[in-house]
Design a protein around this ligand. Structure first.
Ligand code: HC1
Ligand code: SF4
Length: 558
């Protein structure tokens, strides 16, 4: 077999595209800042340099493995080289680590510690640009940028947005929006994926924990919380639990201890979405108008359509996202409450913060959702409160909205919305049919999935995309007439909400576990279909009477 000698040990070549993967397979954690398997190879940080048998150095991320290669990963020359890079990076980097949002999670901090950097010999001569906190989703601090370009490639290659790019040259080089405009005024869609790949604190998720603590501590305020599908499987790795495990019961218990008055599951809102979206889809199939129907749950996707393809707005479902449907219901339910009601949504997503602040989702200037916390912020609050999360006993969701279906739960993974809608449309309600829907091509973390379903006489063509570049490619193929669909599910984050930028950062394996966790949670639900959820039925018969349009729909075209 072909192999490479890595530090005098033969390592077989098994299809690795670069030396870096081969070396990591051999159990050596080669340091990198700018390498991400889902992004193109940039080779800028030079931390992954290795030495060959002649004493020459090459970047492991951009060198393909060849049989017979002899390389060394930890020589005195390499250690000196890596320390020098770190020292230079630290020299013009803000070093207020203890108060940095990324404290404890920063790659630069981690590598400085790992390589024993104790002093920095160089002076910082760079300008100190101001913090850009104009966006409701992310905060940019260029003082902490190490120019690895991860955010630029994510925004361009994976999301096709191009809101940020390198500007200027040499020592003046920075990552910026066009003409240095605030990020909120750029074409950024708030997906937060740049923050998810940023190795330092240069781009972080915007935090609202102080406002939520204030509401929780105010006796005159009733705090009603809803928890998104993906959150329950996103905390695991961080709070001493297994990655991907469903921790909903413990989250409810933690929130109750922190002072939440009522805790609900956004999956109940997702059940309402399934009902409304399925109706809308049937209406459009009958009229033949505005097909394909694009899903509307993902606020970054909505912004993408608004900014790049406004001509497609009539095709976007008029359904509010589950978060907003449920938020409207919760505010309506509490309309006559003596205490002021604050609705907090805990989401895996940064763009939900933008969605909650949209004018469309306010009544008399008051938003249906007062605060959106990401999973990361929830973890922060649990840590702050001192709760031993592992030891918490699970608690149930509150009445009167305690029921949800498995269909609502799987919304949080790519393909989940489609599977939920197909469950609703299927005439056959047997468990064999449920299984066959699951094996019909809707599951899996691929960026594009296609399937067909029979609806009466018609064979419906369905596409499921995640990652906005994949959505763009699909739009172009539809526009050129190369393909057509009747229904298209779009989630901006590759893999769907489980991979949202508000979740703790994880690798591909961790993301898969989260997806699997939601399908396992679906299995544990006795109610499988949205239309079987008694909460949904009672809402239609009562609170939603005459208010379906007002509380569950939205017109983004206005
Ligand atoms: Fe999602 Fe959704 S699934 S958008 O990914 O439709 O954020 O989890 O809450 O609203 O239900 C996110 C997740 C979430 C909505 C639902
Ligand atoms: Fe680009 Fe998304 Fe970051 Fe905005 S939030 S800059 S769209 S990657």
């Amino acid at each position: 077999r072909d192999f490479v000698m890595v530090d005098n040990i033969p390592v077989a070549i098994e299809g690795e595209k670069n030396l870096l993967s081969l070396i990591r397979k051999a159990g050596i954690e080669l340091p990198t800042f700018c390498y991400h398997s889902e992004l193109s190879v940039y080779g800028a940080c030079r931390m992954c340099m290795v030495e060959n048998k002649w004493g020459g150095m090459e970047a492991a991320c951009s060198t393909p493995p060849k049989a017979g290669m002899v390389i060394y990963t930890n020589t005195p020359k390499l250690r000196r080289y890596r320390k020098m890079i770190l020292e230079l990076l630290l020299s013009n980097h803000c070093r207020d680590c203890t108060t940095c949002e990324k404290n404890g999670e920063c790659k630069l901090q981690e590598l400085a510690e790992r390589f024993g950097i104790k002093r920095v010999r160089f002076q910082n001569t760079a300008d100190q640009p101001k913090l850009d906190d104009s966006s409701p989703c992310i905060v940019r601090d260029t003082n902490k940028c190490i120019l690895c370009g991860d955010c630029v490639r994510m925004c361009n290659e994976v999301q096709n947005v191009g809101a940020i790019d390198f500007m200027s040259r040499g020592a003046k080089m920075t990552v910026s929006t066009a003409f240095h405009i605030p990020i909120a005024e750029s074409n950024c869609v708030g997906c937060g994926q740049c923050a998810a790949v940023c190795p330092t604190g240069a781009i972080v998720v915007k935090k609202e924990t102080d406002q939520v603590w204030a509401a929780l501590n105010d006796k005159k305020t009733k705090v009603v919380v809803q928890i998104a599908p993906a959150v329950r499987v996103g905390l695991g790795g961080k709070l001493g639990q297994k990655a991907g495990d469903d921790l909903m019961g413990k989250i409810v218990a933690a929130l109750k201890r922190m002072g939440a008055d009522e805790v609900y599951d956004t999956a109940t809102g997702a059940d309402l979405t399934v009902m409304e979206e399925a109706n809308e889809f049937i209406e459009r199939l009958e009229s033949g108008e505005n097909l394909p129907l694009f899903t509307s749950c993902c606020p970054a996707w909505i912004q993408y359509v608004e900014k790049k393809h406004p001509e497609l707005l009539p095709n976007v479902s008029t359904c509010r996202s589950p978060m907003e449907m449920f938020g409207s219901v919760l505010k309506e339910e509490n309309k006559h409450s003596r205490r002021k009601t604050v609705v907090v949504a805990i989401m895996p997503c940064t763009a939900k913060k933008f969605e909650a602040a949209r004018e469309e989702f306010k009544e008399n200037g008051v938003p249906y959702i007062d605060y959106v916390l990401t999973t990361q912020e929830l973890i922060q609050m649990i840590k702050e409160s001192g709760i031993y999360f592992s030891e918490l006993e699970s608690e149930a969701i509150d009445m009167p909205f305690s029921d949800k279906s498995g269909a609502g739960v799987i919304f949080g993974v790519t393909g989940g919305v489609t599977e939920a809608v197909i469950r609703r449309l299927a005439e056959d309600k047997s468990s064999a049919e449920l299984r066959s829907i699951a094996f019909n091509g809707v599951r899996g973390m691929q960026g594009l999935k296609e399937t067909t379903v029979q609806y009466g006489e018609r064979e419906l063509k369905i596409a499921i995309v995640s990652g906005l570049k994949n959505a763009e490619d699909l739009i172009q193929r539809m526009k050129s007439g190369e393909t057509h669909y009747d229904f298209v599910e779009v989630m901006a984050c590759p893999g769907g909400c489980v991979c949202g930028a508000g979740q703790p950062i994880t690798d591909a394996e961790g993301k898969k576990k989260r997806g699997a966790g939601l399908y396992a949670a679906d299995k544990m639900c006795s109610i499988k279909r949205s239309e079987e959820n008694p909460v949904v039925m009672s809402l239609y018969g009562d609170l939603l009477k005459g208010k379906v349009h007002k509380l569950l729909h939205v017109d983004y075209q206005k």
